[in-house]
Design a protein around this ligand. Structure first.
Ligand code: PLP
Length: 397
């Protein structure tokens, strides 16, 4: 991550095509658009690269998660099991549908703990939503077995892990539906954008209609289209899709760079016996968007994180006290601070958060440092960074 560091002529050309025709919308205006269909082309590009049958672009990753749940029938009063280490979008998307997010512990993969998922299943549970945080995945075989046994949907939030694989499949293509974000800091960016991906043709059709007010997209008179069901406007614009199209064509190049820099830093840190690395489930390969490692305890981790800052090692995160990614700082969720009244069943369904402890997650997040791998570094800079990291860790053990 992130692709924005490589914004250049390829992106400019795709955007210019759209500006030249003036058709900023992804649907219709066939005559004016001079053959340019950026959203459609990006969908096709992703289908081919990720070996998935259907891709529906949407306006952002949060809309992708909302749509993924909606198209599979998750709604009012349904419980969705999700990890307590993720991005706030996960519970926002669930609650937008009137469903109830059930937050559970993570394990040393930094993603959903299958045992915690099992323990959280009730007769209201409808879906399990692992979030492949920081470039690596949950134990998808274990989660799939739980889902199959309990007749639950498996929805993958792969927003931070595009290009990672599990047992030969790209992340996002293993479960019933997968989600990506192409916001400004993700591995490939549209500026703002997202995608819902699936091999299920009914869900795909639902996604196509749902993200455009329920339009059925039949015929070539948009005004005459019918609405088989209600939808929203989660459309992406052609301008955003144009940027993403250029970026998606460079995904392999971005992944190669991430792997190269990740490996240099990892090899350097491996020489320190006290450093251990995040577990990657057997059969999985990370996207290398981040390098995640553990230190012996919370105190040392806190010290090392601040030593990184003072020695100029940026983009390394100790998520324990982070507002965006970890349950400890989500007071607005625990207090249910909303601008408007929310459904009673969601309110009651979230009562457990006032007292629930996440000891196992605290244990891992407290000791974890997550370092973003940037594409714009030079190899010499990466080596110097690795040296500074080793020094900062050794000085604080
Ligand atoms: C970025 C992100 C999202 C939401 O994406 P936006 O495009 O910013 O709305 C959802 N889930 C995860 C894990 C993310 O990192």
């Amino acid at each position: 991550m992130p692709g924005f560091e490589y914004f250049g002529d390829l992106e400019r050309k795709e955007v210019q095509d759209v500006l030249d025709t003036g058709v900023l919308m992804r649907y219709g205006f066939d005559g004016m658009r001079n053959g340019h269909w950026k959203a459609k082309s990006l969908e096709k590009e992703l289908q081919e690269q990720l070996h998935v049958k259907h891709v529906q672009l949407v306006s952002n990753g949060t809309a992708a998660v909302t749509s993924a749940l909606a198209i599979a029938g998750v709604g009012a009063g349904d419980e969705v099991i999700m990890p307590c280490f993720t991005f706030v979008a996960s519970f926002e998307a669930i609650m937008m549908l009137g469903a109830i997010p059930i937050l559970v512990d993570i394990d040393d993969t930094l993603t959903l703990d299958p045992e915690a998922v099992k323990a959280a299943i009730t007769n209201k549970t409808k879906a399990v939503m692992p979030v492949h945080m920081c470039g690596s995945m949950a134990n998808l075989d274990a989660l799939k077995a739980i889902c199959d046994h309990n007749n639950l949907l498996l929805i993958e939030d792969a927003c931070q892990a595009i290009g990672g694989t599990y047992k030969g499949k790209y992340l996002g293509t293993y479960g019933d539906v997968g989600c990506f974000s192409f916001d400004f800091v993700k591995t490939i960016t549209c500026g703002e954008g997202g995608a819902v991906i699936t091999n299920n043709s009914i869900y795909a059709k639902n996604a196509d209609h749902f993200s455009d007010h329920g339009h059925d997209h039949m015929g070539n008179d948009r005004g005459a289209e019918s609405h088989p069901f209600l939808g929203y406007n989660f459309r992406i614009s052609e301008l955003n899709a144009a940027v993403g199209l250029a970026q998606a064509r460079r995904l392999k190049e971005f992944l190669g760079l991430q792997k190269k820099y990740y490996t240099i830093i990892r090899q350097a840190l491996s020489k320190i016996p006290e450093v251990t690395f995040r577990t990657v489930p057997e059969g999985g390969e990370e996207s290398y968007a981040f390098l995640n490692f553990y230190l012996p305890n919370l105190e040392i981790t806190t010290k090392v994180a601040s030593a990184f800052k003072t020695s100029g090692v940026d983009v390394c995160f100790h998520y324990y006290n982070n507002n965006w990614h970890y349950i400890r700082e989500w007071q607005h969720l625990k207090d249910l601070k909303t601008l408007y009244p929310i459904p009673r069943e969601v309110k009651e369904g979230l009562h457990y958060l006032k007292t629930k402890q996440f000891k196992k997650s605290d244990h891992y997040i407290g000791r974890n440092i997550s370092c973003l791998i940037k594409l714009s570094w030079t190899e010499a800079q990466v080596k110097e960074r690795a040296r500074l990291m080793v020094k900062a860790i050794n000085e604080n053990l």
